[in-house]
Design a binder for this molecule. Structure first.
Ligand code: PGA
Ligand code: ZN
Length: 438
């Protein structure tokens, strides 16, 4: 056995940011290198994404992961034993050979993603490299710091459906460094909190750490976000822009959309009209899942109408699946894809989707899930895959801050000049009009 041969793969039950059980995997090589990773978990999940294996029953609301742990121990570990840990594609192929089901339902996506990520970490350790360096070797890309997308107000499935829209975020494409993005974002986050406090509407935070959305209607969150940006001393639309995740699959089906907070039901044309009005009124540079995952016609219309002025991200709509992305490209739907490794189940398949997106000129955003942990794999992947953008949730709670802080450490290790600033948004006409753009 060479030093880089996998000698053991073990799994344990750990707990995520919602206090739910999840899978941690440790991979050790013959040479003694160790890598460890934890599966995240979504709440507003696409119907076509890899499924987590949960035990069911009454204990822990049916969410226990003992079956997934057993699958790692009895199926995955023996299969990977002796394989070269640096051969990520080979390892992921071996995992897939155990589970040819379309949604990883045999092994559980939680078992496969924790293993696949742990292999990436162990390979970096075996090579004596940082994880982002090894990720760059896997992708063939120049490591680059991503432009962060940071939630200020949570909503939708992350806030008990208090408002319908899921994420009200900011991006700071006009900042000159990752560190400057963090500082500007911290001021906006704090300003938003003080506005809510003054209104007597401060009620803690949602699942990803954004302020709890005590609003009378969905657009009020946008108005408040603009106020917060201004209170932080910024001019909305200059250095700072707004980004939304509508997560429309949560309230849209078969071309009908129901905003519960406003007791309003719309067809797809009216829904597109509403979003178009928001795009005209607020400095929104990016919008995710504006239509539901089953609404190809709506997504095509939306992309045709607004695709030249705003980034349109498919999350539930594309589920990090290269095949589904190919179809969306043919349908002329979306112009960017969210990359969540656990939506597809392995690092290699996520990378495949990211490559496809890049070939088609689509933007790429590496993303966390609403259920997260101290695991910082996505910071390393965003850099090493040269994704350009990173979405982690808000600017509080350590499962979020761990990812931002890891980027700051990577920033110090990268050669100077590897921050891309507003570049990922530069293909949109909106960004070309943006006063701060070079
Ligand atoms: P989820 O949602 O992790 O709860 O599925 C995050 C998102 O929609 O981006
Ligand atoms: Zn989303």
């Amino acid at each position: 056995m060479t030093d880089q041969a996998i000698s053991s793969v073990t799994a344990r039950r750990v707990w995520d940011s919602r206090g739910r059980p999840t899978v941690e995997v440790e991979v050790i090589t013959a040479g003694g290198a160790m890598g460890r990773a934890i599966a995240p978990a979504g709440a507003s999940r696409g119907t076509r994404e890899a499924v987590d294996m949960r035990d069911g029953g009454t204990a822990l609301a049916g969410l226990d992961v003992k079956g997934a742990l057993t699958n790692v121990a009895t199926l995955i570990a023996p299969k990977l034993a002796g394989m070269d840990v640096t051969d990520q594609a080979g390892v992921d192929q071996a995992i897939l050979s155990l589970d040819p089901s379309p949604m990883k339902s045999t092994l559980g996506g939680n078992a496969t993603v924790a293993t696949s990520l742990a292999v990436m970490h162990a390979a970096a350790a075996a090579k004596g490299e940082a994880v982002w360096q090894h990720a760059a070797a896997l992708s063939g890309q120049t490591p680059t710091l991503p432009l962060p997308e940071v939630q200020i107000f949570g909503g939708g499935a992350h806030a008990g459906q208090r408002v319908d829209i899921q994420d009200f975020m900011v991006m700071v494409p006009g900042a000159g460094s990752f560190d400057e993005v963090m500082e500007v974002t911290a001021e906006i986050y704090r300003a938003a909190g003080s506005i809510m406090q003054q209104r007597g509407a401060l009620a803690g935070v949602a699942d990803e750490g954004g302020w709890w959305p005590v609003f009378d209607h969905n657009e009020q969150a946008l108005e408040t976000l603009v106020q917060a940006i201004e209170l932080a001393g910024e001019t909305p639309g200059e250095r700072v822009v707004i980004s939304l995740d509508i997560a429309a699959s949560e309230f849209g089906r078969e071309g009908r959309y129901r905003l519960a907070l406003e007791n309003r039901e719309m067809g797809r044309e009216e829904m597109i009209g509403l979003l178009g009005k928001w795009l005209d009124t607020y400095p929104i540079a990016s919008i995710e899942d504006p239509l539901a995952e089953d609404d190809t016609e709506g997504m095509r219309q939306f992309t045709q109408t607004f695709g030249d002025r705003v980034q349109i991200i498919g999350d539930d709509y594309l589920v990090t699946n290269a095949g589904i992305l190919d179809q969306a490209i043919a349908d002329q739907c979306c112009n960017a894809v969210l990359i969540k490794v656990n939506q597809i189940g392995t690092v290699t398949e996520a990378l495949k989707c990211l490559r496809r997106a890049r070939e088609a000129g689509y933007g790429t955003i590496v993303s966390a899930r609403s259920g997260e942990t101290e695991d910082v794999s996505i910071s390393h992947m965003a850099v090493g895959f040269g994704a350009g953008q990173l979405k982690v949730g808000s600017f509080t709670r350590s499962e979020r801050m761990a990812k931002w802080n890891e980027c700051l450490r990577i920033a110090d290790a990268l050669p100077a000049g590897r921050y891309v600033a507003g570049q990922p948004l530069s293909q949109t006409a909106w960004a070309r009009n943006w006063k701060g753009a070079a």
